[in-house]
Design a protein around this ligand. Structure first.
Ligand code: HEM
Length: 953
C-alpha cells in the first residue's frame, strides 16, 4: 500500500512536535491506512451493509461511534464531523486533513461511494427484456458493459421508425431527432431510441423473486410471510388510522371544510414538523415526481373497481372482523372503492439457467411509466401528443409560454403574468377544468401552481435575455449548431422561435435538475458529507473539493488493486463526469471522459456520435425508474393540513390566515393563486415548516380526500391507505427484505426501531415505545421456525443462512417484522443521519437512482454543450442566470457559496421578495430560521424575524 510512507512521514512530524495528545491520531491513521478497509463485494451476500469494524468506528467517531456500531443502522452518520457542531472533534488536529473531522467526513464519503458502487453492481433489474443479457452477457461481452439493447430500438410500428438510421447492429438517431429533448423522450441516447421514453416499463431494484411476496410464488417468500399477507392483509385503512393519523390537541378545529374561510380562530391542526425543511420543499418534490413517473393511464376507462379495507383488525394477534362502531371510532370507511392499478403483463415470466442458477427474466407482473423518465421538465412541456396540446405558447412570440395578466397588485413580478386556464376544447380530464394549463395537471395543488407559474416566467426570462443578446449582436455566434449541418454557424439572428423554445426547455430542465441536486437534496440531507457528495455529483470530481476527489480516486484504485478492471466499470462515474464536469469534453488520448487534465485541448465535435453520446453510462441496464423508487417518494406526510398565510408587503412576521390545503386542491389552487399572488404564497410556504416524515403524521385531508368520480358510496379515499395498497399491487417487497435487497442490515424485532441515543426517561422515548407497541399490535407476532430460510440476499454475521427466527431461539414468539409495509417501515425509522428529513432506507434508493438519472442522460453529460444549449444557455445553467456567478456574502457551514439557483430564479421572477430573501441561503430551509453554526437544525429566528410568532408559540 502506497500509504505507508505517508504514515511514516506524518508520524515523524508529530513526534517531532512532541505532543502526546497526537498519539491516538497516529495510531488511528495506521489503522485506516493499513488495510481494515471495506472492498466492493464480489457476491451479493458479501456486501458491507454500511457497517465498519469496531476499530475503524473508533478511529472515525470515537466511543460514540463504537456504541452505535452494533445496531442495524448505517455507521458513517456516527463519524466525526458528520452531524452538527456537537459531532466535531476537539482534538488539536481536528480540522487538518488527517485530523478527526476531515477523516470522519471523508470516510463517510468513502462509505457512501462504496455503497453506490455496490448498489450499481447488485441492484439493477430491468423488466423490459434485457435482464438475461445482463446476467449472461452477449457476444462475448459481459452484461454490465453492454450499452445497446434490441429492446430499446424503435419497433417498425413506431411513428418515428423511418426517421432513425439502421446500421447492422442497432439504430442511430441523428439530425433533428437529437437536437433537442423530444416530446416523448426518444433519442436521448442516440443508440437506444426508446430508453427513458413515455410508456416504458418500470424496472426493479430488487431480485425479481422477491417482488410480489403475497403471491407466494417463491419458497423463501412463503417462508418469510407464511399466509399472513394479502392485498388487504393486514388491513390498509386500519394501518392508516392507527399508524398514520396525526393526533390533534383540538380535533374539532382540525376540519376538512371545503369552504375557504381562513379564519385564524376556526382552524388549528397539529403536525410534527421537520426542523429544517419548508413547505416549498414538500411541493417541490410533488412537482419533480410529476416529471419522472406516473402510473396514471389518462384515457383508460378504469373499469375494475375494488374495496380498500376497513374490514379487519388484529386483536390479541388474531385478525378479526371490524365492527361498524369500531370503524367509526377509527375513522375509516368500509364503503370506499378505488380502481384497480393497471398492470401491463401478468403472464408467467420466462426463466433461464446461468451458472447453475435459475433466473426469471422479469418480475411476475409489470407496469408502465406513462411519462418520460428523463429529467426533462415534461410536467411543464409535455410527454406525448395529448399533453403537449395542453401547453400554451405566447401568441406574439412562439418561443415563449403564454402568460396573461390576471390581477391588479403591487407585486412587480405580476407584470410577467400567470398561466392561463384550460379551455373547453383542451384535451383534459373534466376534473381538471378551471386549473392553470399544464402538461401534467393531475392532483393539482397550490404548490404545483406555484412552481409551474414560476418556471413559466423563468422560461420567458431566458427567452427575453436571448432576444436581448440577439438584438445587440445579431451576427454573433449563438453557440448553437444543427446536427444535420454541424459545420454551419448559427448566428443569433438565425435562431427561429421554435428553436429558441426548445433551447429554453433544455435550460429550464437543467436548471431544475441543478436546484434539485444542489439545493433541495442538500437541505433534505443536511450535513457535510452530503453537501460534498452532491457537489461532486453535479460539478464532477475535480471541482472544488480536492478531498472528495481523493476519496473517490482511492476507491477506484482499490477496485483495480483488488479485483481487476471489471469492478471499476461499476464505478466509472466515480472517476468522473458529473453533470458539468468532464463528460462534455473529449481529450486526445483519453478514452475515459474522466481523470484528465481540464487544460488539455477539447476535441469534442458534433460530427462524431461518440462525442455526442459518449459521456453517458447505463451500467449494463437501460435507464428506467424502478417501482421501488416510486415507493420511497410517497412523501405525503410532508404536507401540513393548513397553510399559514402571510403577505410580503404587510409585515411578513404575521400569519394572516390559516388556509386548509384542501381548499387549494385542483381548480381551487388556481383561484387561490390568482387571488393572493405568487409572492405571498412563496413567502407563506417558504416560512412554514414541512411535516416530518414519520409515523402518525399524515395529513388528515389526504385520509379523507373527496374525489367525485369515484364509483363508491363515500366518493372519498384515504390516500395514506392507498399508498400501501398500490405498493402491494405493484409487488414491493416488505420492509425487512427491502432493506436486505439494498444492502442494509435487517431488523430482528420492532424494538430495533427505537433510537438508542434517546434517553430512556424522555417523552420522545415514550412515544417511540408506544409506536412500537402499535406496530406489534397491527402486524402481530408468530412462533418462528428455524428450518425455514427466508432470504438469499444476505447471511448472518457468522455466515449462516438467515431463517424465520432472525437470531431468536427456534420456536420463540417473534415480531412479524418481515410483514411490515415498506412505507410503514421507513416512516418508523427514528434513528436517522443528522439533518436527514428522510430515512436511510429511502436514502439508498435515491443514491442509486438519482445518480443514474444524471449519468444516463446525454443532455446532462456529453451533450451539455453550447451546440445544444447555446452559449447563453450553458452560462445560465452554470452561473444560475445570465452573467457571472454571484456569490453570497460570508461563509455557510464553512463554505463560500454562490447565490443558490432557486434564489436567483425567484429574484428574477418575484423581485418583490428581494428583502425577504436577503438572509435566505437555501430556499428550502424555512426562510425565517437562523441557520446558526455548523449544520444546526435548531428552531431559532434569524435577524429581523424575531417577531415571527412561530418562534414564540
Ligand atoms: C395536495 C397535495 C397532494 C394530493 C392531493 C395528492 C394526491 C395523490 C393521489 C390521489 C395519488 C394517486 C393514488 C393512486 O391512485 O395511486 C397520489 C399518488 C402519489 N403521490 Fe400524492 N398528492 C399530493 C401531494 C404529494 C406530494 C407532496 C408528494 C411528494 C413526493 C406526493 C407523492 C406521490 C406519489 C409518489 C404518488 C404515487 C404516484 C404513482 O403511483 O405514479 N404527493 N397522490
Amino acid at each position: 500500500m502506497s500509504h505507508f510512507p505517508i504514515v511514516i512521514v506524518l508520524t515523524g512530524l508529530l513526534l517531532l512536535s512532541g505532543c502526546d495528545a497526537l498519539e491516538p491520531e497516529i495510531s488511528c491513521l495506521s489503522v485506516l491506512m493499513q488495510g481494515d478497509i471495506q472492498h466492493v463485494a464480489k457476491t451479493r451476500e458479501q456486501r458491507f451493509l454500511g457497517k465498519v469494524t469496531g476499530r475503524r468506528a473508533h478511529c472515525l467517531g470515537g466511543d460514540h461511534a463504537v456504541a452505535l456500531n452494533r445496531n442495524p443502522w448505517l455507521d458513517w452518520p456516527n463519524f466525526w464531523g458528520t452531524g452538527d457542531s456537537l459531532s466535531l472533534s476537539s482534538s488539536p488536529l481536528a480540522s487538518s486533513f488527517f485530523g478527526p473531522n476531515e477523516r470522519g467526513i471523508n470516510s463517510a464519503l468513502y462509505e457512501l461511494e462504496l455503497q453506490r458502487i455496490e448498489l450499481i453492481k447488485f441492484n439493477l433489474f430491468d423488466n423490459s427484456g434485457t435482464y438475461q443479457a445482463y446476467v449472461t452477457g452477449r457476444d462475448g461481452r459481459a452484461g454490465p458493459v453492454l450499452q445497446v439493447w434490441p429492446e430499446m430500438q424503435l419497433p417498425p410500428t413506431h411513428p418515428r421508425y423511418k426517421d432513425v438510421e439502421h446500421n447492422q447492429e442497432h439504430q442511430v438517431c441523428s439530425g433533428e431527432l437529437i437536437r433537442f429533448r423530444t416530446v416523448t423522450g426518444i433519442c436521448n441516447d442516440i443508440y437506444n431510441p426508446l430508453m427513458g421514453s413515455t410508456h416504458q416499463i418500470f424496472a426493479r431494484n430488487v431480485q425479481f423473486d422477491t417482488t410480489f411476496p403475497d403471491l407466494g410464488l417463491d419458497e423463501m417468500a412463503r417462508n418469510r410471510h407464511g399466509d399472513r399477507l394479502g392485498l388487504l392483509k393486514p388491513d390498509p385503512q386500519v394501518i392508516s388510522r392507527k399508524l398514520f393519523t396525526r393526533t390533534q390537541s383540538q380535533p374539532d378545529k382540525c376540519r376538512n371544510d371545503d369552504e375557504l374561510s381562513g379564519d385564524l380562530e376556526k382552524f388549528a391542526c397539529d403536525y410534527k414538523k421537520a426542523p429544517a425543511l419548508n413547505v416549498l420543499a414538500a411541493f417541490w418534490i410533488q412537482f419533480m415526481t410529476h416529471d419522472w413517473f406516473s402510473h396514471v393511464e389518462e384515457e383508460s376507462d378504469q373499469s375494475a373497481w375494488m374495496t380498500v379495507g376497513c374490514i379487519t383488525q388484529r386483536i390479541d394477534n388474531i385478525e378479526q372482523p371490524l365492527a361498524a362502531k369500531e370503524a367509526r371510532q377509527l375513522g375509516c370507511r368500509p364503503g370506499d372503492r378505488i380502481h384497480v392499478a393497471p398492470i401491463d403483463d401478468d403472464t408467467p415470466p420466462a426463466s433461464f439457467m446461468h451458472d447453475g442458477h435459475l433466473y426469471r427474466t422479469r418480475a411476475p407482473k409489470t407496469t408502465r411509466n406513462h411519462v418520460t423518465a428523463w429529467w426533462d421538465a415534461s410536467q411543464l412541456y409535455g410527454y406525448d401528443e395529448r399533453s403537449s396540446q395542453r401547453v400554451k405558447r405566447d401568441p406574439e412570440d412562439a418561443a415563449k409560454l403564454a402568460l396573461i395578466h390576471v390581477r391588479e397588485s403591487v407585486d412587480r413580478g405580476d407584470e410577467s403574468g400567470y398561466l392561463p386556464t384550460f379551455e373547453v376544447d383542451d384535451p383534459i380530464d373534466p376534473a381538471w377544468s378551471g386549473q392553470e394549463a399544464a402538461a401534467f395537471p393531475d392532483n393539482w395543488s397550490i404548490g404545483l401552481s406555484f412552481f409551474h407559474n414560476v418556471f413559466a416566467r423563468e422560461h420567458n426570462a431566458f427567452v427575453e435575455e436571448f432576444r436581448k443578446q440577439a438584438a445587440k449582436t445579431p451576427d454573433a455566434d449563438s453557440g448553437l449548431r444543427n446536427p444535420a449541418h454541424p459545420e454551419m454557424i448559427i448566428r443569433y439572428r438565425d435562431v427561429t422561435a421554435g428553436e429558441l423554445f426548445n433551447v429554453a426547455r433544455l435550460v429550464i430542465a437543467a436548471e431544475i435538475a441543478k436546484i434539485h441536486t444542489l439545493e433541495w437534496t442538500t437541505q433534505l440531507l443536511y450535513n457535510e458529507p452530503l453537501y460534498r457528495g452532491m457537489n461532486a455529483n453535479w460539478h464532477g470530481l475535480f471541482h472544488e473539493h480536492a478531498a472528495v476527489s481523493e476519496v473517490l480516486r482511492e476507491i477506484i484504485r482499490q477496485l483495480d488493486d483488488t479485483e481487476g478492471i471489471s469492478n471499476s466499470l461499476h464505478a466509472a462515474f466515480a472517476g468522473g463526469a458529473g453533470i458539468f464536469g468532464l463528460g462534455n469534453h473529449r481529450y486526445e488520448g483519453a478514452p475515459l471522459y474522466s481523470l484528465v487534465d481540464r487544460n488539455r485541448k477539447d476535441i469534442w465535435t458534433l460530427t462524431r456520435n461518440e462525442d455526442i453520446n459518449g459521456g453517458v453510462n447505463h451500467f449494463g441496464s437501460p435507464f428506467s425508474f424502478p417501482e421501488e423508487f416510486v415507493t420511497v417518494y410517497r412523501l405525503h406526510p410532508l404536507l401540513p393540513d393548513l397553510i399559514e398565510y402571510r403577505e410580503w408587503h404587510n409585515n411578513p412576521n404575521i400569519i394572516r390566515q390559516k388556509i386548509p390545503v384542501i381548499d387549494t386542491f385542483r381548480g381551487k389552487a388556481t383561484g387561490a393563486m390568482r387571488q393572493k399572488g405568487l409572492a405571498n404564497w412563496a413567502l407563506s410556504m417558504g416560512r412554514q415548516r414541512a411535516g416530518a416524515l414519520t409515523l402518525q403524521n399524515h395529513p388528515r385531508f389526504l385520509q379523507n380526500l373527496k374525489i367525485p368520480h369515484l364509483q363508491s358510496s363515500t366518493r372519498q379515499i384515504d390516500i395514506a391507505a392507498l399508498d400501501l395498497i398500490r405498493d402491494r399491487e405493484r409487488g414491493i417487497p416488505r420492509y425487512n427484505e427491502f432493506r436486505r435487497q439494498y444492502g442494509l442490515k435487517q431488523l430482528t424485532s420492532f424494538d430495533d426501531f427505537i433510537d438508542p441515543r434517546v434517553p430512556g426517561d424522555s417523552s420522545v422515548r415514550r412515544e417511540q415505545e408506544q409506536l412500537v407497541r402499535t406496530l406489534r399490535e397491527v402486524y402481530g407476532q408468530h412462533r418462528c421456525d428455524a428450518s425455514r430460510l427466508i432470504t438469499n440476499a444476505q447471511l448472518n454475521d457468522d455466515k449462516s443462512p438467515i431463517n424465520d427466527c432472525l437470531g431468536h431461539p427456534d420456536g420463540s414468539l417473534v415480531d412479524n417484522i418481515e410483514d411490515v409495509d415498506t412505507v410503514v417501515g421507513w416512516l418508523a425509522e427514528f434513528k436517522r443521519p443528522h439533518g436527514f428529513a428522510i430515512s436511510e432506507t429511502q436514502f439508498v434508493v435515491f443514491v442509486l437512482n438519482a445518480s443514474r438519472r444524471l449519468f444516463s442522460d446525454r443532455f446532462f453529460t456529453s451533450s451539455f454543450r453550447p451546440e445544444f444549449y447555446s452559449i447563453l444557455g450553458v452560462e445560465w445553467v452554470m452561473h444560475n442566470g445570465p452573467g457571472p456567478e454571484i456569490m453570497e456574502e460570508g461563509t455557510y457551514n464553512g463554505h463560500r457559496q454562490p447565490v443558490s439557483p432557486l434564489k436567483r430564479v425567484l429574484l428574477r421572477t418575484l423581485p418583490e421578495l428581494a428583502d425577504e430573501l436577503q438572509g435566505v441561503v437555501n430556499l428550502f430551509d424555512p426562510w425565517a430560521r437562523d441557520r446558526g453554526e455548523y449544520y444546526s437544525t435548531q428552531w431559532k429566528p434569524r435577524r429581523g424575524a424575531e417577531g415571527d410568532e412561530v418562534f414564540t408559540r
